[in-house]
Design a protein around this ligand. Structure first.
Ligand code: FBP
Length: 548
């Protein structure tokens, strides 16, 4: 691999870790736990792993000698900056317990376990990837691990390699599957522990014990840098409105965090659109009003941030997507036999009147996206829907109407952008480099203390790393029952933006001012070397959520 100067210098970075992880640790158990909702159903489905206590690791002066252990690791789902440091943390943690321990990486995600595709991760390999972005050390994939046959097939290779613990690094769906796997292996006495690690740039895997998912910090900083650059360009030429869609799947955490970092003229928050029962038309009117007011002040430029999941949150669209999901889950084979050119009419003829009308009114591309391209978890791939174009076009049409009515006096020219993939593999910020390494190291402590069905947790992360708290949370604690592919399933509850939470309230208190004045902030690129207030600052979201 030819390395950049930054990559070479960055390889020497020593991630900061909680003080407790700097020597031998003991596991201290807290209170027994309950799932966040649907306790009876979740308990029934996880008889062996439900209700376990939260665990915290503390320093001990009497370490126990540990036998060597073989462990496996899987990167699952979308890339997120810091994944390699999680693996480095697991590796260093296992080696510190016993230098003969070994780590195996399964190639290209959960599919690697089922297909017996793996490689041993030696010190040389790990050193090549310390503090780098990407998941290319072993690759990632979206195969859903959910069937007993897959679990049994996986167990064959785990037995062959004498692997006693498996770490699954993934988002809410992958950690749900990790929990199902942990339960199954425990139920059959397989002798394999399963530990999860909270990954996703989307920031929607968080709760009382999991402050944030890794990658959110770096991805938001990359997007905010570019939004800031666009805002400076926009404030220089003063002739374009920029419609910027941001990744993040359902939740609007990324859009909200970028708004807090850059102070755009408009930021749509999907969760608010849903709570206010807004239609697409309402959203368009709201944006067009800001454009018109700025134009009245002579400002024919601005920025609009759009969360990629927006269409799923417009209540009428949500009802349509729910009916489509149910319908396609039950008629997938029949649907596949319909000619591509006939599919739209076929769907229109099968839906209820209200949904059929909305579906028929959608541009071809958006309609196709909703019916065809689902990911293996059944999710609509919202990152493929061109919401930014849809909004820019519809706002333009609305302004043209207002112009005829004499309600709008300006000029409107739009540019559209989508920021997603460019942030997912950036070199991790100090926060993500430190957090990920600590999560991995903590996973090795969970393995050493015999835990299974736990997610690695590192808390208090707005304080200096020395004061971070490492531990583990039973995954069942985060679960509830939800409809997936037309059936009720136990899943980790997705954390959406809370409208009564500090990040949204801070944004809501300032947005009117940001809409009309041009009060942009230009955060600049992530800094890896320099003063701590520049290099180590956590996200605004985390700072606001954890402020006492
Ligand atoms: P994860 O939930 O697996 O972390 O994926 C995050 C994400 O980047 C979403 O923000 C986005 O909607 C999706 O992945 C895109 O998926 P793909 O990489 O398959 O195009």
């Amino acid at each position: 691999m030819t390395k950049s100067a930054l990559q070479i210098a960055r390889a020497a970075y020593q991630p900061k870790v909680p003080a407790a992880l700097k020597g031998a640790v003991k596991a201290v158990e807290g209170a027994y736990t309950q799932s966040v909702a649907d306790q009876d159903e979740v308990k029934k489905l996880f008889p062996n792993t439900y209700g376990m206590p939260v665990v915290t690791f503390e320093k001990t002066s009497s370490p126990k000698a540990m036998p060597a252990i073989n462990a496996g690791v899987i990167l699952s789902g979308g890339q997120a900056p810091g994944g390699h440091n999680v693996i480095a943390g697991i590796f260093d943690g296992l080696k510190s317990l016993n230098k003969d321990s070994r780590l195996f990486g399964f190639i290209l995600g959960p599919g690697g376990l089922v297909d017996h595709n793996y490689m041993e991760l030696t010190a040389d390999i790990i050193d090549e990837y310390r503090n780098t972005g990407g998941f290319d050390m072993i690759g990632s994939g979206r195969t859903k691990l959910e069937a007993k046959e897959q679990f049994d097939k996986g167990l064959e290779i785990l037995k062959e390699l004498d692997i006693k613990a498996l770490v699954i690094i993934g988002g809410d769906d992958s950690n749900t599957n990790a929990c199902v796997l942990a339960e199954y292996y425990k139920a059959i006495g397989a002798g394999v522990q399963v530990i999860g690690c909270p990954k996703t740039i989307d920031g929607d895997l968080k709760n009382e014990q999991i402050e944030t998912s890794f990658g959110f910090d770096t991805a938001c900083k990359v997007y905010s840098e570019v939004i800031g650059n666009i805002q400076r360009d926009c404030n220089s030429a003063r002739k374009y409105w920029h419609f910027i869609k941001l990744m993040g799947r359902s939740a609007s955490h990324i859009a909200l965090e970028c708004a807090l970092q850059t102070q755009p003229n408009v930021c749509i928050v999907s969760e608010e659109v849903e709570a206010k029962n807004m239609s697409l038309d309402d959203v368009i009117t709201q944006v067009a009003e800001v454009v018109a007011k700025r134009a009245a002040n002579g400002d024919n430029f601005g920025t609009v941030l759009i969360p990629e999941g927006l269409v799923e949150f417009i209540p009428a669209m949500k009802r349509l997507i729910a009916e489509l999901s149910d319908f396609l889950a039950h008629h997938e084979d029949e649907f596949k036999l319909i000619k591509r050119s006939e599919q739209r009419n076929y769907i229109i003829s099968k839906l209820t009147k209200e949904n059929s009308e909305i579906y028929a009114s959608l541009p071809e591309g958006v309609a196709r996206q909703l019916t065809l391209d689902r990911d293996p978890h059944g999710n609509v791939q919202v990152s493929l829907i061109e919401t930014e174009k849809l909004l820019a076009e519809m706002v333009g049409t609305r302004l043209a109407e207002w112009k005829k009515e004499g309600k709008y006096v300006g000029k409107f020219a739009a540019q559209v952008h989508f920021f997603g993939y460019e942030g997912r593999c950036a070199a991790p910020s100090n926060y993500d480099a430190d957090y990920c390494y600590s999560l991995g190291y903590t996973a090795s402590c969970l393995i050493a203390s015999g835990k299974t069905g736990y997610m690695s947790s590192v808390r208090n992360t707005t304080a200096p790393a020395d004061q971070w708290i490492a531990g583990g949370v039973p995954i069942t604690m985060m679960m509830n029952m939800e409809k997936r592919h037309g059936e009720m399933k136990p899943v980790i509850q997705k954390a959406l933006v809370k409208l009564d939470g500090a990040p949204f309230k801070t944004f809501a208190a300032k947005r009117e001012g940001w809409a009309l004045t041009t009060d942009y902030v230009y955060p600049g690129p992530i800094q890896y070397f320099g003063p701590t207030e520049v290099c180590d600052e956590p996200t605004k979201t985390l700072q606001l959520e954890l402020a006492k």
